[in-house]
Design a protein around this ligand. Sequence first.
Ligand SMILES: Cc1cc2nc3c(=O)[nH]c(=O)nc-3n(C[C@H](O)[C@H](O)[C@H](O)COP(=O)(O)OP(=O)(O)OC[C@H]3O[C@@H](n4cnc5c(N)ncnc54)[C@H](O)[C@@H]3O)c2cc1C
Length: 405
Amino acid sequence: MSRRILITGASIAGTTTAWWLIQHGFEVDVVEHAPSFRDGGQNVDVRGNAREVLRRMGLEELAFDHSTHERGTDWVAEDDSVVARFEAADSDTDHGPTAELEIRRGDIARIIFEAVREKATFRFGDSIADVVQTGNGVNVTFACGRDDFYDVVVVAEGVGSHTRELLFPGENESRWMDLTIAYFSIPSLPGDSAYARQFNTIDGRGATVKPSRDGKLGVYMGIQKKPEGENDWSVERQRSYIQKQFANDGWEFPRILAAMQNVNDFYFDVLRQVHMDRWSNGRVVLTGDAAWSPTPLSGIGTSLAMVGGYVLAGELAKTEDVATALAEYERAMRPFVKQGQNVSKLVVRMLWPHSTVGITLLRGALRLASTPIVRKVINNGFARDSNAIDLPDYGTKVLKLEIKA
Ligand SMILES: Cc1cc2nc3c(=O)[nH]c(=O)nc-3n(C[C@H](O)[C@H](O)[C@H](O)COP(=O)(O)OP(=O)(O)OC[C@H]3O[C@@H](n4cnc5c(N)ncnc54)[C@H](O)[C@@H]3O)c2cc1C
């Protein structure tokens, strides 16, 4: 059995894969280019089978202890009155805009990291500089100058993965979603709602304010537009761009922009999906956003990353033949990922209108949607299907993944 594995990227996908590889008896190194573990991020959803992965790790209860307890999502008008409300409790499939387990990205990532940090070797502030594959392994040179040899390298570096571009040059066909989002947290006030509040203004701009924890509110400020290289800007330029975009708006924007000046968890993303025809090249394999980013619009990116880590580790444990394991991992995950990436750009445009007429139409549609029966249908169809595969039990007997109709 191949036993020494390097994972690059210590976020959700990397730490979940590490946890399961350790469970199956592998020796695991994790290299992360950030100088220390990255705690930031706003609410992410852990849905369906990802909850089952957490359960099998014995971490589900701890994750629920860190839930943001968001009660649902309100679309609101300028005076903050509710245009339409989607109660989390109305969704009986956990597919609504608010998932049953809503948790800050940093909290869920930290929970998994703490569960594996003593068992794997983590190296922060370093990254892969070069990779040479031999017939029976991978020679890795790190940026710090050190060399090492591994049986398999797992790339879990997120959507902008550098190692993916090194090993799979030109193979990623990015699908830009024409939406730019800045995420950060601001201090909450006593009257803040227990519901997420989504407000739209003209020119494709809007924001969501989400109940968080520790006296904070999670803020998402979005602009529906074609990408213009904003990903490559410095954080300061990104921050002042957002400041200028919303400087003359009402609603909660003055409070949000004033608080934004002092935040230390500003995270900016020009949303794009990753589309790769293959996820492995020899003994180097992609997972999580680096392989298939569906974008936060799917509501299922974190869940896919967790299920992907579980399946990848399980398949590697099943056979000594790395090629077979990686092929099986891809066969199992492809249909699930395809469903997760099925996000319409038309819906993005409809949810982020440019004109006052568009906003009026959106609010009218949302009002209609807030009738109980329609609301249930919309709630149930909001996120991609997070139960689209049955999880094999790699610990005991291996079951085949079945794609549900
Ligand atoms: C700080 C942070 C905040 C986030 N906030 C949100 C949010 O608010 N809402 C949301 O929906 N999603 C957020 N995300 C993205 C979300 O975590 C992912 O979409 C999803 O969970 C899939 O996780 P992933 O592990 O595949 O990728 P990611 O979570 O993007 O993690 C990739 C990891 O790889 C590391 N890395 C990148 N390049 C290299 C390299 N060359 N060498 C070594 N390591 C590298 C990164 O530092 C990061 O730790 C955030 C991600 C990060 C890192």
